[in-house]
Design a protein around this ligand. Structure first.
Ligand SMILES: NC(=O)C1=CN([C@@H]2O[C@H](COP(=O)(O)OP(=O)(O)OC[C@H]3O[C@@H](n4cnc5c(N)ncnc54)[C@H](OP(=O)(O)O)[C@@H]3O)[C@@H](O)[C@H]2O)C=CC1
Ligand SMILES: O=C1O[C@H](COP(=O)(O)O)[C@@H](O)[C@H](O)[C@H]1O
Length: 602
């Protein structure tokens, strides 16, 4: 259920019918950030986003459906912990908004009088330019942003609004399938973008931002989204200052936090504790952009809306599951960050493990965020502790090919020459529950490999009886069915089957039943950041990581990560552009598995 932190909640609360429900509290006052009114869903979800976008959006929230049906009796839920931010904020000198921007004491959210301000903290950085601003523009272009919205860039770099606009305009793109009026739309979008230069640890600078935001909000109910696109060592200061000096006085305030969420269980827990000094859990949107990818979203649809898959989805029919990530470029430019984290923290502990949890979870009670996240966390908590002998690590070395030289990992000047940080890892994981007992979940992730791909491979058991063994060129037991979900590039879902070669004889062959997205759908697939930004504006938490999921994910990897570091395990070196260390094949073979991305018929 969506909630609304609101200074004007008292006036709203007084309109509520008193209820005898044990979950509802009828006594007033209920103002303050530590108590919130639970609404059927965020009002903006229904009033701000425009029809053309909304009609294409899922309606995963049962409450949302109810509200549309007119059954919208709101309940008041007190929040357990007092928010220390409220106390701190109360002690700060007031930063009163200019007269014309004073927020009304009461609001009626039926009148579409709300506004959303999205502040990209770290606006001068790589991620902001590459992903966040383009995603915001794409949402604007698709009419998915609320009618009243403003985008602010915030960073230390000195820049005027016009300079920010010039910077952003270089990375905005139009959809390939929809170019009409694109230039005009870009200009309109850029007019809504502003910049404020400030330090990340300055309450005063954020208070200045707050004043500018109020100027744009024009007295409407203000909802504020901060996207922390900054290095992790400055997260906390920025959260503190944004919360204390620039959070909304009468609407919601949400913060998107980018990974890395710590580097082990302890640092992650410390980060969560620190964030919770200033924010409630439901204000924190921990982003894992792989959850926003189209085919990852489709995973549950494929499984739960097709009768043919779900009955096979267990140890009874599935031999192993493979989660594969590879990039055909190294860490160039990001070596400073990467060396402190390595591939296990960068890709496996988050992106691949999140996919695994979605893949393996039981059917959730509903599509509500909490129901899905409850199931995911159960999977993570059922996982067998990962042992060092089930992990292999590698690091790329330089390689000469076709007259070109590709640099080794340690040749990057931001990486120590003696670094043992893995740029490749493979691991065998197990879920010790009734559904998956004994099924190896193999993960493989690497940089500077021969290919750029992310996919899920499901290898099924052999057909009992082997009726056609003699008609097949190879051992039929090896030609088992395989379902491949190619997350990127060239999104596709295909199923490898055995079939008869046409003709008078009886010869068997392997073929793919293929759903190639580009052939099936004309519409360009939105970038993951578009979906996730829109979800955070709408208060949809389904694709964001809850703190208990994060704890469980770190519990799985932390012991092995520590052991690798303490024992100074030397990675297996592999040439830039190769298929990675041979050790990955031995690891798979230990569990009688062959990686599905090898061989001629992938
Ligand atoms: N780039 C990517 O592809 C991805 C990034 N991420 C995560 O997103 C976040 C942002 O990434 P990215 O844009 O690459 O980061 P950048 O290194 O580009 O940093 C973003 C901005 O933060 C400010 N900044 C950088 N270093 C410092 C510092 N030491 N002290 C204070 N401010 C600093 C700079 O702005 P200014 O100097 O103007 O203040 C910079 O433009 C990080 O947490 C990263 O881990 C996650 C996935 C992918
Ligand atoms: O989070 C990260 O993801 C990117 C890969 O993302 P993709 O959407 O381009 O597949 C990876 O390059 C980076 O190292 C990692 O931090």
């Amino acid at each position: 259920m969506a909630t609304l932190s609101s200074a004007s909640c008292f006036s709203y609360a007084t309109q509520l019918p008193s209820s005898s429900s044990p979950n509802s509290v009828s006594q007033a006052p209920i103002c303050g950030h530590n108590q919130r009114i639970a609404l059927p869903s965020d009002p903006q979800r229904f009033h701000s986003a425009k029809i053309s976008c909304q009609s294409n959006r899922r309606s995963s929230n049962r409450n949302a459906v109810r509200m549309q049906d007119g059954d919208a009796a709101p309940a008041i839920t007190p929040v357990e912990n007092e928010n220390p931010f409220k106390k701190l904020k109360d002690n700060l000198p007031p930063t009163s908004p200019p007269e014309e921007t004073k927020v009304p004491a009461q609001f009626d959210f039926n009148q579409n009088e709300s506004t959303v301000t999205i502040t990209v903290v770290g606006a001068s950085g790589d991620l902001a330019k590459k992903k966040i601003f383009p995603a915001l523009f794409a949402l604007y272009y698709e009419d998915c942003l609320p009618e009243h919205f403003t985008v602010f860039g915030y960073a230390r770099t000195k820049m005027a609004d016009a300079e920010l606009r010039t910077m952003i305009s270089k990375t905005l793109t139009c959809r390939i399938d929809k170019r009409e009026n694109c230039g005009e739309k870009m200009d309109q979008f850029l007019e809504r973008c502003f910049y404020h230069s400030g330090q990340y640890d300055s309450l005063e600078n954020f208070a200045e931002l707050d004043r500018k935001m109020k100027g744009h909000e024009g007295g409407r109910v203000s909802n504020r989204l901060f996207y922390l696109s900054i290095p992790p060592n400055i997260f906390m200061e920025a959260v503190k200052c944004a919360s204390l000096s620039a959070s909304s006085g009468n609407g919601w305030t949400r913060v998107i936090v980018e990974k890395p969420f710590g580097r082990d269980s302890e640092s992650s827990a410390a980060l969560t504790r620190a964030l919770k000094q200033y924010l409630q859990e439901d204000q924190i949107f921990r982003i894992d952009h792989y959850l926003g990818k189209e085919l990852v979203e489709n995973l549950s649809v494929l499984r739960f809306s097709n009768l043919i898959f779900e009955p096979l989805w267990s140890r009874q029919y599935i031999r192993n599951v493979q989660l594969i990530f590879s990039e055909d470029f190294g860490t160039e430019g990001r070596g400073g960050y990467f060396d402190n984290y390595g591939i296990i923290r960068d890709i496996m502990q988050n992106h691949l493990l999140q996919i695994l949890a979605l893949f393996a979870m039981e059917t959730p009670v509903s599509l509500d965020a909490e129901d899905i996240r409850n199931e995911k966390v159960k999977v993570l908590r059922s996982m067998r502790p990962l042992k060092l002998e089930d992990v292999i690590v590698g690091q790329y070395k330089s390689h000469n090919k076709g007259g070109a030289t590709y640099p080794g990992y340690t040749e990057d000047e931001t990486v120590p020459k003696d670094s043992l940080t893995p740029t490749f890892a493979a691991a065998a994981l197990f879920i010790d529950n009734a559904r998956w007992d004994g099924v190896p979940f193999l993960m493989k992730a690497g940089k500077a490999l021969h290919d750029k791909i992310a996919e899920i491979r499901v290898q099924f058991r052999h057909v009992p009886g082997n009726l056609y063994n003699r008609n097949f060129g190879t051992v039929l037991d090896k030609a088992t069915n395989e379902l491949v979900i190619r997350v990127q590039p060239d999104e596709a879902i295909y199923l490898k089957i055995n079939n008869k070669v046409p003709g008078l004889g009886m010869r068997l062959d392997r073929s793919n039943l293929n759903l190639l997205y580009a052939a099936r759908y004309k519409k360009e697939i939105p970038d993951a950041y578009e979906r996730l930004l829109l979800d955070s504006i709408e208060g949809e938490r389904r694709l964001f990581i809850r703190s208990d999921e994060l704890d469980a994910a770190w519990s799985l990897f932390t012991p092995v990560l520590k052991e690798l570091e303490v024992k100074k395990v030397i990675p297996e070196y592999y040439p830039y552009g190769s298929r990675g260390p041979v050790g990955a094949h031995y690891l798979a073979a230990k569990y009688n598995v062959r990686w599905g991305d090898l061989g001629s018929q992938q």
